[in-house]
Design a protein around this ligand. Structure first.
Ligand SMILES: [Zn+2]
Length: 142
């Protein structure tokens, strides 16, 4: 029998100048996206220049925190030791109204492919990691 040391902690995201506003709003448990006024698309990750049409005519918009599952997988074997206590977990790409897609985790759902469906509606929930970072994740809308 082997003894395992505790899993190393997971390093929280480090805000960058362009994403400070995004993380400040996450801390307030609000989910904001960037929106391009030229091509009327939302996008993620937050940045001043639209990745669709390269316009700088962009703005922040407050969302209702709802999205649909675009795709997902279920991780049973941790890729690095710090995720050892998290398995099984469900990384996913969720899609918002306006087209933005975001990599995230599905939470409060059984890690079972017969339960999770592409196209299912999800809503944001925030995990308060530290005094600066509240991590947005998504759970099924029941
Ligand atoms: Zn655009």
């Amino acid at each position: 029998m082997t003894q395992q040391s505790p899993a190393p902690s997971i390093t929280p995201p480090v805000p960058q100048p362009e994403s400070d506003f995004y993380w400040e709003k996450c801390k307030e448990h609000e989910f904001w996206l960037r929106h391009c006024k030229e091509c009327d698309q939302t996008y993620f990750y937050p940045r001043d220049i639209c990745p669709g049409c390269f316009s700088r005519n962009t703005e922040w918009i407050k969302t209702n925190g709802r999205a649909v599952v675009h795709t997902f997988c279920i991780v049973h074997r941790a890729p690095v030791p710090s995720f050892r206590d998290k398995v099984p977990y469900v990384p996913a790409i969720v899609e918002f109204e306006g087209g933005a897609r975001m990599a995230t985790n599905l939470v409060e759902v059984e890690a079972d492919p017969s339960v999770i469906k592409c196209g299912m509606e999800v809503e944001v929930v925030f995990e308060d990691l530290d005094e600066k970072i509240s991590l947005p994740q998504f759970r099924p809308i029941s």
